[in-house]
Design a protein around this ligand. Structure first.
Ligand SMILES: Nc1nc2c(ncn2[C@@H]2O[C@H](COP(=O)(O)OP(=O)(O)OP(=O)(O)O)[C@@H](O)[C@H]2O)c(=O)[nH]1
Ligand SMILES: [Mg+2]
Length: 377
């Protein structure tokens, strides 16, 4: 591929380079009445640094015209008019371009869906070149089916070849996206080769690898920092970590029995397959470990724990992880009502529950010993 391909993004893909404005955009959130979905949607919006002015809920977000029902859409239009400062509507579901366009037209403000919101968070958080490429790939996969849809909607109103979305322009845009996608895929393959090489070198030194995986915000990086004395960013926002970090973990008796510890991107429910796909190489690296610690935030309520736990297994199964390599670790023990522990253990059907607190150090010594024992057995 010619070198300048990597720099064409500016005109081809303006959203990526515009990124997120750091000023809090005044937003309306439309989500479901069920508390898990609603709370998670709120956390996502807050993680993107948007300011939620009002929340509207709807049992179904699959109505053909706007996603939400026409009555609710009109209610939102009236609210936007009345407030006069709303800049954006976020709908907590996958919507088509047509539905977003209709909603935007009705209310007079930009409308985005859950996937665009997650992509925005990913993009604002990505720090490595590889993570940025993975996100751009997901972004292209999100956008490609929409190019033709938008073209259909604007057909007749713009002339072909004049910068509108005529047939010719659509073909050009489609071809550009495809070319960019292939270019990114090649770059990602190169990056993967490099990482494979590092991994082979590590294999030669025969150091076992332990990976921390789990739902976003389950406490992976906090535990990683505690064990490796690193200072990686942690926060209550979702998707704080988007790339993989590996560090050596020294055994107490020094030298031979060291292991490598890996921290990586977190999971979330209702993540479309193309997004899992985009992060596949990052995740595969972690999942090729000798031991996988699946972290579960035990401080939350049972329903949340349940949903998040099964979402994690969905991703692990999708990536064909060997279940016998996985050990479940309940985190944030300091914030759990001790009476609740039994209920969690029962609900998740755990055999030998491991509980830790990275805050107080509870259970950390035991976990360390278990890791070393499993890796060197
Ligand atoms: N009370 C308590 N809070 C914790 C503990 N471990 C982590 N946290 C908090 O949980 C939040 C998320 O922690 P992170 O370590 O960033 O979680 P993560 O799994 O790396 O999250 P992502 O990178 O977004 O996937 C932070 O606010 C931490 O301070 C713990 O043992 N006890
Ligand atoms: Mg993290």
């Amino acid at each position: 591929m010619p070198a300048q391909e990597g720099t064409t993004t500016n005109t081809l893909w303006p959203i990526i380079w515009t990124g997120l404005k750091r000023v809090a955009i005044k937003t309306i959130l439309v989500s479901y009445p069920d508390s898990f979905r609603l709370e998670e949607a709120k956390s996502l919006v807050e993680s993107a640094d948007y300011n939620i002015v009002k929340v509207f809920t709807q049992k179904y977000l699959n109505h053909s015209q706007y996603g939400l029902g026409a009555g609710k859409a009109e209610e939102i239009r009236d609210f936007v008019k009345e407030q006069n400062n709303i800049e954006q509507i976020i709908v907590d579901e996958h919507l088509t371009s047509k539905q977003l366009h209709n909603l935007s037209k009705l209310t007079g403000v930009e409308a985005i869906d859950r996937e665009r919101l997650i992509l925005n968070i990913f993009y604002s958080r990505a720090t490595t070149v590889e993570a940025k490429l993975q996100i751009e790939l997901a972004e292209i996969q999100y956008e490609m089916p929409r190019v033709r849809e938008i073209a259909k909607m604007t057909a007749g109103s713009e002339r072909a070849g004049k910068g509108g979305m005529g047939e010719y322009t659509v073909d050009v845009k489609f071809r550009d996206l495809k070319r960019r996608m292939n270019f990114i895929k090649e770059r990602l393959v190169e990056a993967k080769k490099k990482r494979d090489l590092y991994r082979q070198q590590r294999t030669r030194t025969r150091l076992p690898v332990v990976s921390l995986v789990g739902y976003t915000s389950s406490g992976k990086t906090t535990l990683f920092n505690l064990l490796t004395k690193e200072d990686k960013e942690t926060s209550s926002s979702l998707f704080t970590t988007l790339s993989t970090t590996t560090r050596m973990l020294k055994s107490h008796d020094g030298g031979q029995d060291d292991v490598l510890l890996t921290d990586t991107v977190g999971f979330i429910s209702r993540l479309p397959p193309y997004m899992i796909d985009a992060f596949k190489s990052t995740l595969e690296e972690s999942l090729a470990a000798d031991l996988i610690l699946l972290l579960v935030d035990a401080s939350e309520d049972l329903q949340k724990i349940d949903i998040k736990y099964s979402s994690c297994w969905d991703v692990l199964d999708e990536l064909q992880v060997d279940r016998s390599k996985v050990i479940v670790v309940l985190t944030k023990y300091d914030a759990v009502d001790p009476q609740k522990v039994d209920e969690i253990v029962q609900r998740l059907q755990l055999n030998k529950p491991i509980m830790i607190s990275s805050k107080t150090g509870y259970g950390i010594h035991k976990l360390r010993n278990l890791m070393f024992a499993r890796c060197h057995s």
